[in-house]
Design a protein around this ligand. Sequence first.
Ligand code: NAI
Length: 707
Amino acid sequence: MTDLVQLTSDNGVAIITINNPPVNALSPDVPEGISDALDQIAQNASVKAAVLIGGGRTFVAGADIKEFGKMTSGKSRGPGLLPLLLKIEDSAKPVIVAVHGTAFGGGMELAMAGHYRVAVPTAQFGQPEVKLGLIPGAAGTQRLPRLAGVSKAVEMCVSGNPINAEEALKLGIVDRIIDGDLLTGALAFAREVAGKPAPKTRERNEKLGNATENAILFSAAREAVAKKQRALFAPVKAIDAVEAATKLPFEEGCKFEQKLFIECLFSEQSKSLIHVFFSEREVSKIPDIPKQTNVIPIQSAAVVGAGTMGGGIAMVLANAGIPVLLKEADQSALDRGLATIQSNYANSVKRGRFSPQVAEARLKRITPTLTFGDFSKVDLVIEAVFEGMALKKEVFQQLDRVCKPGAILASNTSTLSIDEIASATSRPESVIGTHFFSPANVMRLLEIVRGKVSSKEVVATCMQLSKTLGKVGVLVGNCRGFVGNRMFGPYRREAQFLIEEGAGVEAVDQALSDFGMAMGPLATGDLAGLDVGWRIRKEYRHLEVPGIRQPFVEDRLCELGRYGQKTGAGWYKYDDQRRAAPDPAVGELIRKWVEEAGIAPRQISPAEITDRCLYALVNEGARILEEGYALRASDIDIIYINGYGFPAHRGGPMWYADAVGLKQVYDRICEFQHQHGEIWQPAPLLQQLAEQGKTFAEFGREQGASA
Ligand code: NAI
């Protein structure tokens, strides 16, 4: 027996307890421990049945994800789970699996090999492998349809979403819900079934359906995947594997599943998604801020400005149970802001996201105000007024006067210097940037902008707050545009240059959306409002270096009042439902402007479009990394996936560049520099890593920022 698994007994029923905190992952030695326990149980005549249960807060939450990486590099040991699962199923004494917390992935597969399953009402069951670009690899696709039916098995393996105990009971995955103590209930169940013939899941073929119905079901599933999970590899394989369960004997089905699992495991998509999984956990590690750093309890908050962002941020706080004051400059703006919040909540209720009571309670947590009167009580203020330094400073001066010592004073600015804003206060150490993304109540990303003197407590509190708010907080430094928008500039610049050189509006967006971006760069501009960038460009025009090429088409569109979706026209035209359609008039205008500018149009391939736009992201990302405005390349990846619609299955821009090979990326950037001038000067770090044959990920590790 290994340390991770214990065997005890209770009046003729053996109890196998898995103790591998925190989530009882199936790390090496856990399967071996269960196997040893089964051997002892088989030899002990006084034992009539066995209960398999998880110690601590959950059953088995899944495989040990680190093991996947070891499998691809050939460092994994052991035969995998399959033989153990057969051994459980073949046990002459019934094995009752008792589930609390989660039975996910390998945990679900382990549970299904038992003869019976009992669960507490809060237990959850799922095969989430697809979220890591994988499919179940230990007969999950073969046993699940036998327990839950083909349709549900397809749904669960393709979506990766879990089901609760009640549904699992209805489907036949669970045999009994235990309301009281799980172990007591499981032991009682074990005594009822001890000595009786026990069903083996792999022999239960009655739910596998008939060929005609299955054919319809699988083709509908494939169609849905082609639409909703475009370009993803694993969901298709998950369908193939479940289909095999309906056509092949169990053992052959398992072999087929294994083959597909390996294909997935070695795919770039899976490696990228696993990278994203670990990177998301890595973001909260900040080298100079230890875990035990004091955090400031946030019991109440205030938001200044109830516009697009302020309203959304107030909702985010209220949704997390934090009462929030919402301050506006005048009554009509306040009324408008509140009306938008109310209608957002009403829409969520209509869509069934939560009940009217929940919406009501959330709305009640938002207290509208026109004064700073109650600001002295709050622990955190987030400012979201118009983007202008003078106004921001004025607001922060006022906050400095009214807020209690120790309160966090945060700005949602997307372009202005946090240090300069902080200089308007007598307590710059309490000032920080909390850069939400629009719509704030939907987008997961939160860039936390550390000022020169932001205190460690303030940073640690904001990092923790991001979790409370259901966001992924990434710490960035205070440079213009911070990380996300600073990189987005060159990306959108290239999209516009391509248009000026002869690519069509739809062709540019299509190439990037085929790459996997949630939206093309021009359509994204229309959504955010082209006037936003136009105003910023006008403000910073004096900083432009003469002789450096600047895009001009978007400014011309703005001069015509084409601001994007909000004015019904931008790069595209929009109907009153904001549905986009190509606008031939834009094509005509561009042709005219480009001709006037003396640029000869040329044919541009989709590959050039993606290289130009994506390598512009990567090159700027490399500068940010080198200058230390992002802690590690993977932080940049997390920013792009959660805030800019970068496809997770490509791992983020920096991971993508590593996958292409930095030498290749560097060479292509040099070509662009040759063709388009100094704007394409390669980042020194990119050049250095390319010459050394290294990756951005390795750079992070060498800096000691990454585990
Ligand atoms: P907005 O124009 O929708 O809202 C600004 C609101 O602030 C207005 O309702 C205005 O009445 C109010 N306001 C102005 N002065 C005030 C004062 N002294 N006291 C109280 N309220 C005052 O602007 P939006 O888009 O919400 O932007 C707010 C901030 O968020 C800006 O700093 C912007 O750069 C930033 N941001 C905007 C994003 C976006 O996509 N719109 C994304 C991320 C950040």
